[in-house]
Design a protein around this ligand. Structure first.
Ligand code: N01
Length: 537
């Protein structure tokens, strides 16, 4: 694959992506003694938190949990200023980590990987960037993220719009001033729900174009309480261990008594308590929240009522209430004043189900009921999740097999980490792992630890090639599919199931057995059993 005149830099390992995953992979691989290079398409590090810098962007997992656990010194010395950290604070944290562990010297920014070909003869990977650079290494680690490839929505006339188009997934670095502007936001997932209240405060007028309403609970973000932070830090290992015992590796104050076993009134009190506390803990009130129809219906009705109470106009409330699916089918959103925004005089909800979008014009947008002039258009239209990044790179394994050919019927792999036919190649939080159903920073650590242990084990055995066995892969694919059967998530259209991308529906992208079971799987698949699902040669 080498092109004449292009010099190749050689390394032991190449990591693609410099977000949470790529940075920790670099740290661990380097500590193994491997000369490692990270290739990052952005002009800065941070991945998701580098690109998604839209107004209102913040994490909806609590700061003290959404952070690396691998270094206790790091855990102790970093101070979070809010219960839920803003995008800018998380990006500062990531940059601090990069300096703290001297990572920058092995990161090539502005480097978009477009090709990765395995050479059967040498057992090495040849990697090329769009900028014309070539790299070679034995190990290739994709740290390319689950939500890193935005979807360009199919809306006619977008290219004719003469105002400014902004994308939440690739927000400009400079401050955007909405004062005096007429703005439209398309998309009401987490990104749209977070930016809407902030833009509404500045804009002359804001149109929110909603196709499918989502469930959102109040975030009740607040400044970090120093006593809470001190206590948490004093017991960090215990908190991390307790989180690891939960399905999502997150301490959401998960209830253990099934909702079916308690009275309606008691459930009502518990929902109210969690609603007042704020955050994603609402869906963890009862272990059967999404599996028992009665409990699920109660929670769904409860949120419907809450939305109605918040909105002054019953017609607008009815449009904001999701009716096509119950709570828990899609990713729950966490907001800071989203519903209240629709009580403002300068905000119009455009329900695209009853008033379809016909297209964007030179100066605005047109629905069946009429045309509205706007100066700015914000696209918060989601991502080609899980497989989007890898499917856009020309990845070829043994005998030139492309990854897209291999994955034509779905992303077959082993543990969400390795792929049969693609030796010495690893994914961090790949499809078929718990990834976004868990605290992603910790899910990343699990994968990086497993991968680096595996590489160390292979090197100690003088094995040069690590490859998933095809029968182990098949067993894993079947397990992931079986765990998903009958779940609310698998029955609901969303990016979780690929339903937001044409031709991608109803694939099983997520391991739904919960973190404790997944961690057991990783252990059983590891050194104690001599990596039974891998061939080491
Ligand atoms: O994307 P989404 P997102 N015309 O796919 C609409 C994480 N995240 O970026 O539902 C009109 O959820 C689409 O409508 P529909 C989090 O895991 C976390 O908001 O397909 N509308 C939908 O409303 C989250 O779940 C945080 O009918 C169109 C929206 O665009 C995930 O990222 C913050 C359209 C896309 O919503 C993705 O969230 C932000 C069209 N042609 C994100 N095409 C936090 O931690 C699409 N839509 C807080």
């Amino acid at each position: 694959m080498h092109e004449a005149g292009v010099s190749t830099s050689t390394h032991d390992a190449i990591v693609v992506g410099a977000g949470f995953a790529g940075l920790y992979a670099l740290h661990r691989l380097r500590n193994l003694g491997l000369a490692t290079i990270v290739l990052e398409r952005g002009d800065g590090i941070g991945g998701t938190w580098f690109w998604n810098r839209y107004p209102g962007a913040r994490c909806d997992v609590e700061s003290l949990q959404y952070s690396y656990s691998f270094s206790d010194d790091l855990q102790q010395e970093w101070n979070w200023s809010e219960r839920f950290a803003s995008q800018s604070e998380i990006l500062r944290y990531i940059n601090y980590v990069a300096d703290r562990f001297d990572l920058r010297r092995d990161i090539d920014l502005n480097t978009s990987v477009i090709r990765a070909h395995y050479d059967d003869a040498s057992g090495l990977w040849d990697v090329a960037s769009a900028e014309g650079h070539a790299y070679r290494a034995r190990y290739l680690v994709f740290a390319t993220g689950c939500l890193s490839v935005p979807i360009e929505p199919e809306i006619s006339g977008l290219d004719r719009f003469e105002g400014r188009i902004l994308r939440t997934s690739n927000w400009p670095k400079e401050d955007i001033n909405f004062t005096g502007k007429r703005v439209a936001v398309i998309g009401t997932g987490s990104s749209g729900i977070q930016c809407t209240p902030v833009i509404a405060e500045q804009a002359d007028h804001l149109f929110v174009l909603q196709r499918t309403p989502n469930y959102s609970v109040p975030g009740r973000n607040q400044p970090m309480d120093p006593n809470f932070e001190r206590d948490w830090k004093a017991n960090y290992p215990a908190h991390r261990a307790a989180a690891l015992a939960t399905r999502s590796n997150n301490l959401f104050d998960a209830g253990t008594v099934p909702g079916r076993q308690v009275s309606f009134e008691e459930r009502e009190r518990e929902f109210e308590r969690r609603w007042q506390t704020g955050g994603l803990g609402f869906v963890y009130a009862y272990p059967d929240m999404t599996s028992d129809p009665e409990v699920n219906k109660h929670a769904t009705d409860f949120v419907h009522r809450k939305i109605s109470e918040k909105i002054g106009n019953p017609e607008i409330a009815a449009k904001l209430i999701p009716t096509e699916y119950p709570i828990g089918g899609r990713r729950l959103c966490v907001d800071n004043g989203y519903y209240e925004t629709f009580n403002r005089d300068n905000v119009t909800l455009v329900d695209l189900r009853t008033d379809p979008l016909l297209g964007v014009t030179r100066n605005g947008f047109r629905t069946e009921r009429g045309e509205h002039a706007i100066d700015m258009l914000v696209l918060a239209t989601g991502f080609d999740a899980f497989t989007g990044a890898l499917s856009r790179i020309d990845v070829r394994g043994r005998n030139g097999l492309t990854l897209n050919e291999k994955w034509v019927d779905g992303p077959a792999n082993y543990l969400g980490i390795c792929i049969s036919g693609f030796p010495n190649m690893f994914m961090i939080t790949g499809p078929g792992s718990p990834s976004v159903l868990s605290n992603v920073v910790l899910a990343i650590e699990h994968h990086v630890n497993w991968i680096t242990d595996c590489v160390a084990h292979a090197r100690a055995r003088l094995a040069r090639v690590i490859e998933a066995k095809s029968d182990a892969e098949e067993e894993w694919v079947n397990k992931v599919a079986a765990l998903a059967q009958g779940t609310l998530i698998s029955k609901t259209k969303s990016w979780y199931t690929g339903a937001n991308v044409a031709g991608k529906t109803n694939r099983y992208f997520l391991y739904m057995g919960g973190i404790p079971a997944y961690v057991r799987e990783l252990r059983q698949a590891g050194p104690d059993n001599d990596y039974p699902g891998l061939t080491l040669t």
